[in-house]
Design a protein around this ligand. Structure first.
Ligand code: LLP
Length: 436
């Protein structure tokens, strides 16, 4: 028997399963779990590099103007991971002082940093002004005034973009839609706030408006909402006669999590963006802006694999089997929060027939702590190693200490080399819990 190719394709680029033993970057997952413990997250270096190179090539083929990839740190960030991305030459989108500090320490130049957020603090804005980051992405008229005041008092000019809410609803979970009229993010076009912000920013002596930005949501598989958002933003720009020299349609492109998900080339996304921006510039008689895309999931998701040790197994009421693992909702909130679907494989028995219908659950005290409801595995037993692919984005970055557990370790896998991205949090090390 061989491991199902459909499943193997979800794993990182370097994954192989000789004799049913899954390897990544030439390293057996069972050895890594034995040495570093579980739950364990591993990131394949080759996959991160491939994603970035593929996107760079797609952008170059889709758009004749200048382009840049700015990684959305919220998908996954740690000092080690940030250093790798800085070496690969991406920019970075940060949303907090924490992410900004990590980015700076990892070697991102201020000119490669964008600060986002719908409620940036005075400290975050002051740090961005002080560092002279590439752009502070202003989210509201309130923030525009707040930043102008801070910039005036600091005697420092702020380079800004405006985050525009185009009134476009993307095809994704409602919690991930951010371009529609009812979102908390951005300056809406429909009620005139976006136009007003452009006028005010251009009048300010302390703000330099260089670009327009939107981010319409995440895990989006249709291109039409992107085209529509771009058309609406340029219609706005023409209305106030503002020619952006930088333009960002955000991130949000789709990633496959299970074999049932469609295969969609990234060029669908870049072609749509490239064509829409060019069409609008032709129509306006404006030069092409630099296009800056902000992928998070697309860079990090497929590179990551989550490894869990199977513990208690017992019959479930519906004829399936409960298979409990040593992690769950605290390291992966996505199934509970967005009903996200995943695939799973036994990492040392990947070639065995998947004959048993199981529900994979975590160890946390929540009925919603179900990683996968209804998946076929070879009959699983205590001690087996379970691998969940496409675990690299919005899992560790959203992890918690629920039930006072420590968050998992993460490793970076180069061929035959392992680097620690983040150490396992040991409960006894967390002094603020035990008070000494
Ligand atoms: N730019 C901005 C301004 C964003 O807010 C985000 C994501 C991105 C770029 C990157 O989006 P991506 O390419 O990763 O889709 N926790 C959710 C996803 C939340 C996305 C938040 N913003 C999930 O696990 O599905």
């Amino acid at each position: 028997m061989q491991m199902d190719n459909e499943l193997l394709a979800l794993f990182p680029l370097t994954a192989a399963a000789p004799g049913g033993q899954i390897h990544i970057a030439g390293q057996r997952l069972a050895d890594l779990a034995g040495e570093w413990g579980t739950p364990l997250y591993v990131y394949d270096a080759a996959t991160v590099r491939r994603q970035i190179e593929t996107l760079q090539q797609a952008l170059a083929a889709s758009y004749p103007g200048e382009t840049e990839i700015t990684y959305a740190a919220k998908a996954y960030f740690s000092l080690g991971f940030a250093r790798k991305l800085a070496e690969m030459g991406t920019g970075v989108d940060v949303v907090s002082l924490g992410e900004m500090n990590v980015a700076r320490k990892a070697g991102f130049t201020p000119g490669s940093i964008h600060l986002h957020g719908n409620n940036k603090s005075a400290a975050e804005l002051a740090a961005a002004l002080d560092a002279t980051v590439h752009a502070i992405v202003v989210d509201s008229l309130d923030e525009l005034a707040f930043l102008e005041d801070l910039a005036t008092r600091a005697g420092r000019k702020a380079r800004i973009w405006l985050r525009i809410t185009p009134g476009v609803t993307a095809d994704t979970h409602t919690y991930r839609q951010t371009g529609h009229a009812a979102t908390k993010f951005g300056l809406p076009i429909h009620n005139g706030q976006a136009a007003e912000a452009i006028r005010r920013a251009r009048r300010s002596a302390w703000l330099t408006l260089t670009g327009l930005h939107t981010h319409i949501g995440s895990q989006i598989s249709q291109t039409a909402p992107y085209a529509e958002a771009i058309h609406r933003m340029y219609a706005l720009a023409r209305q106030v006669d503002f020619c952006p020299i930088e333009f960002s349609p955000g991130g949000g492109w789709f990633v496959r999590y299970t074999p049932d998900d469609p295969i969609i080339p990234i060029s669908d996304w870049t072609d749509t963006i490239g064509a829409a921006v060019q069409q609008e510039c032709r129509q306006s008689g404006w030069p092409l802006p630099k296009v800056i895309v902000e992928p998070g999931r697309w860079v990090a998701a497929q590179a990551g694999v989550a490894l869990y040790r199977v513990g208690a197994c017992k019959p479930a009421g519906d004829g399936a089997t409960w298979v409990a693992v040593d992690g769950g909702l605290a390291d992966n909130l996505r199934p509970a929060l967005y009903q996200a679907k995943y695939a799973a494989v036994l990492a040392e028995r990947a070639d065995e027939p998947a004959t048993e219908n199981v529900h994979i659950v975590g160890k946390y005290c929540e009925s919603g702590d179900k990683l996968i409801e209804g998946v076929y595995l070879p009959p699983a037993k205590r001690g087996d190693l379970l691998a969940i692919p496409v675990a690299g984005a919005y899992q560790l970055s959203m992890a918690s200490n629920y039930n006072l557990g420590g968050r998992p370790a993460a490793l970076w896998l180069e061929k035959e080399r392992v680097e620690m991205l983040q150490p396992r949090e040991e409960v006894i090390e967390t002094r603020w819990w035990v008070g000494d």
